[in-house]
Design a protein around this ligand. Structure first.
Ligand code: 3HC
Length: 324
C-alpha cells in the first residue's frame, strides 16, 4: 500500500502541489487522507520511523541499570521512564502507519539494520551517573528538538509530540536530580558525574543532526513545515540552556571552546567530531551490534506471544463468522 501511495503522488510542481504548499504556508495541518507529494510522505516516514526506532532502542542503555539502581525510589522512577520510552515508540509507529507503511515493514527495517536510530543510543552506560546524564542531556536535547515538532505540518506527528513532550519533561527532571545528588555528594560521586558529562556531552550535541551546511533534509523539511528550526539553531539553544546547568552542578563541560559571547548573547562552542558521528551511522559505534542483537532477541522471544494473539484473533474471527 505504501508503495502505491508514494507512486500516486501527482507530478511534483502541479496544481495539487501548489495548493498543498499554500495549506502548509497557512499553517493548515495535513491529515492522512489529504493529498500530499510523494516526497513529503517519504521524508515523514523516514523521520517518524527513525524517531520511533530511537525511542525503542533508547530503552536499552538505561534498562541496563534498572536492576542496579541505588534505591527503590530511583529504580521505580527509572522503570517508569523506560516504560514511557516504549510507549513513545509505539505512539510514533502508529503515526508512521497513517502514511501507509506497515508495522511489519518498520520492524523489518529496524531488525535488519536498514533503519537509522539516534546515534547516541550506541553509547555504553558504564556507571549510574550515565542514567543521570541521559535524562539530563539526552532527554533535554530530545525536548529541545521535539517541542517545535508539536507544530509539525503533519497532524498525527504533531499531536503525538504533545503527549511525548509532557513525559520528556519528567525524564529530564529526574536525570538532572540524579546529577545533582552525585555532583553535590562525595568526591567520588562528583567524579562519576563529571565522567558521565565528559562522555555524553558531545553525543548529545549530535542528536540535533549534522551542521546545517551538511544537512540533507533540513531545507525541504522546513519548507514543508515538518521542521520549524534548523539543526544548528536547536543545538545552540541546547548549549545556551545546558551550560549554565552544568555550572550550577559544579561540573565542567568538556569543550575548551565553550565561552559566553556577550556580543552575540549566546555561547560559543566547539564542533562535534563529525567523522566519529558518521562512523556510528555506518554501524561502527561502541554498542551498535549489541543494540541490534537486543532488538532481534526481544523480537524472537516474543514469537510465542504473537502466535497466541494471532490464534486468539483467528478463533474470534471464526466464532464471529459462524454466528453470522
Ligand atoms: N543519529 C542518527 N542519524 C542521524 C542523526 C542522529 N543523531 N542526525 C541526523 N541523522 C541522519 C538523518 O536521519 C539523515 O539520514 P537519512 O537521510 O538516512 O535519514 C542524515 O543524518 C542527514 O541529517 P539531516 O539533518 O538531513 O536529517 P533530518 O532533517 O531528518 O534531521 C533530526 C535529523 C534532527 C534527528 C530529525 O530527523 C528529527 O528531528 N527527528 C525527530 C526527533 C528524533 O529522532 N530525536 C532523536 C531520538 S528520540 C529520543 O531521544 C527520545 C528520548 O526519550 C530519549
Amino acid at each position: 500500500m505504501y508503495a502505491q501511495l508514494v507512486e500516486t503522488g501527482a507530478a511534483e510542481g502541479g496544481p495539487e502541489e501548489q495548493a498543498f504548499q499554500e495549506r502548509i504556508d497557512r499553517n493548515v495541518q495535513i491529515e492522512p487522507r489529504d493529498w500530499m507529494p510523494a516526497g513529503y510522505r517519504k521524508t515523514l516516514v523516514r523521520q517518524i520511523s527513525q524517531h520511533a526506532h530511537s525511542e525503542v532502542v533508547g530503552q536499552a542503555p538505561e534498562g541496563n541499570w534498572i536492576t542496579r539502581a541505588p534505591s527503590l525510589q530511583r529504580k521505580a522512577i527509572l522503570l517508569a521512564k523506560v516504560q514511557d520510552e516504549a510507549g513513545h515508540g509505539l505512539y510514533l509507529y502508529c503515526a508512521a502507519e497513517t502514511l501507509g507503511i506497515s508495522r511489519d515493514q518498520l520492524t523489518e527495517q529496524l531488525l535488519t539494520g536498514k533503519a537509522k536510530y539516534s546515534s547516541i543510543f550506541n553509547e555504553p552506560t558504564l556507571t549510574w551517573a550515565d542514567v543521570g546524564a541521559i535524562g539530563w542531556l539526552v532527554d533535554g536535547a530530545a525536548i529541545m528538538n521535539q517541542v517545535p515538532l508539536q507544530r509539525c505540518s503533519y497532524g498525527p506527528y504533531g499531536r503525538a509530540m504533545v503527549r511525548i513532550c509532557k513525559e520528556e519533561s519528567f525524564h529530564q527532571r529526574q536525570g538532572f536530580d540524579i546529577m545533582r545528588a552525585l555532583a553535590h555528594g562525595t568526591e567520588k560521586q562528583k567524579a562519576m558525574a563529571q565522567d558521565a558529562l565528559n562522555r555524553w556531552w558531545w553525543p548529545s550535541l549530535m542528536m540535533f543532526g549534522p551542521s546545517d551546511k551538511d544537512s540533507t533534509h533540513s531545507a525541504q523539511s522546513m519548507r514543508w513545515g515538518i521542521k520549524q528550526n534548523s539543526n544548528d539553531e536547536l543545538r545552540q539553544k541546547f548549549v545556551d540552556q545546558t551550560a549554565p546547568q552544568a555550572a550550577w552542578l559544579g561540573l565542567t563541560v568538556p569543550d575548551p571552546e565553550l565561552a559566553w559571547n556577550e556580543e552575540k548573547g549566546c555561547f560559543d562552542f566547539g564542533e562535534p567530531d563529525w567523522d566519529a558521528f558518521m562512523a556510528i551511522l555506518k554501524g561502527n559505534g561502541t554498542m551498535n551490534r549489541e543494540r541490534l542483537n537486543a532488538r532481534n532477541k526481544a523480537w524472537d522471544d516474543g514469537d510465542w506471544y504473537r502466535e497466541g494473539l494471532m490464534a486468539h484473533a483467528a478463533k474470534h474471527e471464526a466464532a464471529k463468522t459462524a454466528a453470522e
